[in-house]
Write a protein that binds this ligand. Structure first.
Ligand code: SF4
Length: 293
């Protein structure tokens, strides 16, 4: 059977994927807002355990599995030989496999060479989820992301050069009120330089047990109102210059669900936000209780 340790996290778009916990926790585990793996010590699971889980999944679900997500936080940091062994076992078990994906921390992207990522991509690991969070250096430093904007761009471009599809996340509200506009513009600039296949926004939400949660308990975190977040999203979207990306702001943490293809739907998305900004009382912001957090 599949043995999962602790709470399992996956991106919303991996809802129908087979989740294989190739690594436990996150080797970085420092981001101030992130509660996902605080209780776990990072380790790579033995390949024999994973191979037997893949065999079990093949018997249980049949050979038609098409999508696999490698948990936990940054499976990409594991040794290349380990990842290749996992990918080969998946390919052998599931001949219709279309994609294997994982979270990629900037730290994992920094240590992986383009050649390694290319080899892993050819073995099936074709998509990474990268939390950019912000393109503003002061915001990245506050979030203890461990990289500045220039380094974020550099490591993401390595994945791009290896032909890996990137799905990136930006945290709305991460700059508070004072840096709202700068955070939006700098984040758009970083995303423009990376040209990811998918871009999504989440709303920064303090969680207990994290530094951000502690700051919030001391009243040090500004919570932007839904209308302020809509304005920030409008600034961010307006500054995006993407050549072929899918945009989503429909994660449970977002007050306003929006989505479309860029650049095709950019004008319509901006117009939808402008309608909200002009008549906020008529917007269908999801109330707090429905955000699933
Ligand atoms: S790199 Fe990702 S998983 Fe690790 S602490 Fe930061 S946000 Fe959490």
């Amino acid at each position: 059977m599949l043995r999962y340790e602790g709470t399992l996290y996956r991106p919303p778009s991996e809802g129908n994927s087979l989740i294989l916990q190739a690594t436990i926790g996150c080797s970085y585990n420092e981001c101030a807002f992130c509660a996902m793996y605080r209780d776990k010590r990072f380790r790579v699971r033995p390949i024999a355990e994973l191979e037997s889980e893949i065999t079990w999944a093949r018997d249980e679900f049949g050979p038609s599995v098409r999508k696999v997500f490698l948990a936990d936080g940054d499976a990409l940091i594991a040794k290349k030989s380990f990842l290749l062994a996992v990918l080969h076992a998946l390919r052998a078990a599931f001949p219709d496999l279309q994609r294997v994906s994982c979270y990629a921390s900037p730290q994992a992207l920094a240590v992986r060479s383009v050649e390694e990522m290319d080899e892993l991509r050819r073995a099936g690991l074709t998509q990474y989820y990268l939390g950019i969070e912000s393109g503003h250096d002061a915001v990245l430093a506050k979030l203890t992301k461990g990289v500045d904007a220039a380094e974020m761009v550099r490591v993401a471009q390595k994945a791009h050069a290896a032909g890996v599809r990137l799905s990136v996340m930006i945290l709305l509200g991460a700059g508070g009120r004072a840096l709202s506009r700068e955070h939006a513009l700098a984040s758009a600039d970083v995303v423009n330089q990376i040209q990811p296949r998918f871009v999504s926004t989440l709303v920064m939400t303090p969680v207990e047990g994290t530094p951000l949660g502690d700051w919030d308990a001391r009243g040090e975190v500004e919570h932007l109102e839904p209308i302020e977040l809509a304005r920030e999203l409008h600034t961010f979207l307006g500054a995006l210059e993407l050549e072929g990306s899918v945009f989503r702001s429909n994660h449970a943490s977002n007050y306003l669900a929006l989505g479309g293809s860029l650049p095709k739907d950019k004008a319509a998305l901006l117009a939808a936000l402008e309608r909200v900004l002009a008549r906020p009382e008529r917007a269908s912001f999801r109330p707090d209780w429905s955000r699933g957090l």
